[in-house]
Design a protein around this ligand. Structure first.
Ligand code: HEC
Ligand code: HEC
Length: 153
């Protein structure tokens, strides 16, 4: 028994010595991002998916012309050549019935300021500008305050 223990301890020491030798020196130049440091030759594991808020009242806007943040889930909402799920609620035709905010008139304007009779191609892919919201911890502190004219309550 004693012999086996000694053998195990020796093996353990040998293993840790090997581990020390094979340890790669840091190759990222000591640069650390907000998400921590990562070696250049090692693929960093992906962060866990955040939980998107389910369904809420519209969220406060922080400045004029901010694209409002999406206060609901969007999983499975397709936007492609044949269909635009977002417009099936937010389009002017359906907004009253679905209770969704109408897309604003700017969404019908071309880049040259022409107003089209339907949503302009540059505003067709909604999630280029609008994003769903999660209750995430801010990466850095922020004491930004919205302008008075937009602050509710
Ligand atoms: C099933 C209907 C439905 C679909 C589909 C839908 N929405 Fe909504 N959306 C709503 C409703 C209802 C609200 C909340 C309106 C309210 O409470 O005033 C809302 C709110 C929003 C708001 C906030 C508006 C504001 O004034 O703050 C944005 C932005 C938005 N949705 C974008 C999208 C986008 C982008 C898609 C497609 C990926 C989408 N929605 C798909 C129904 C829908
Ligand atoms: C190129 C960026 C961009 C794209 C693409 C875009 N939006 Fe917007 N959206 C904005 C901005 C900026 C605002 C706020 C200022 C304004 O109304 O133009 C806005 C406002 C809105 C509002 C609030 C309107 C109001 O009266 O308060 C809704 C709802 C909305 N967008 C839905 C959509 C939907 C649905 C799509 C896809 C069909 C879409 N947006 C595509 C930039 C965009």
């Amino acid at each position: 028994m004693k012999k086996i223990m000694t053998a195990l301890i020796l093996m353990g020491m040998a293993a840790s010595a090997v581990a020390q030798i094979t340890e790669v020196p840091s190759n990222n130049g000591g640069v650390e991002s907000l998400r921590g440091s990562a070696e250049l030759n090692i693929t960093r594991g992906a962060d866990k998916h955040k939980r998107v808020i389910k369904d809420r009242e519209p969220l406060q806007r922080n400045y004029v012309h901010q694209p409002p943040i999406i206060p609901h889930q969007v999983r499975g909402y397709k936007v492609n050549l044949n269909a635009n799920k977002c417009l099936s609620c937010h389009g002017w035709k359906y907004a009253r019935e679905t209770g969704a905010t109408k897309v604003s008139p700017t969404h019908f304007e071309t880049r040259d300021g022409m107003t089209l009779s339907d949503v302009s191609p540059r505003r067709y892919f909604c999630m280029q500008c609008h994003v769903p919201q999660v209750d995430g911890k801010p990466l850095v502190g922020n004491d930004f305050k919205a302008v008075d004219s937009l602050t509710q309550n």
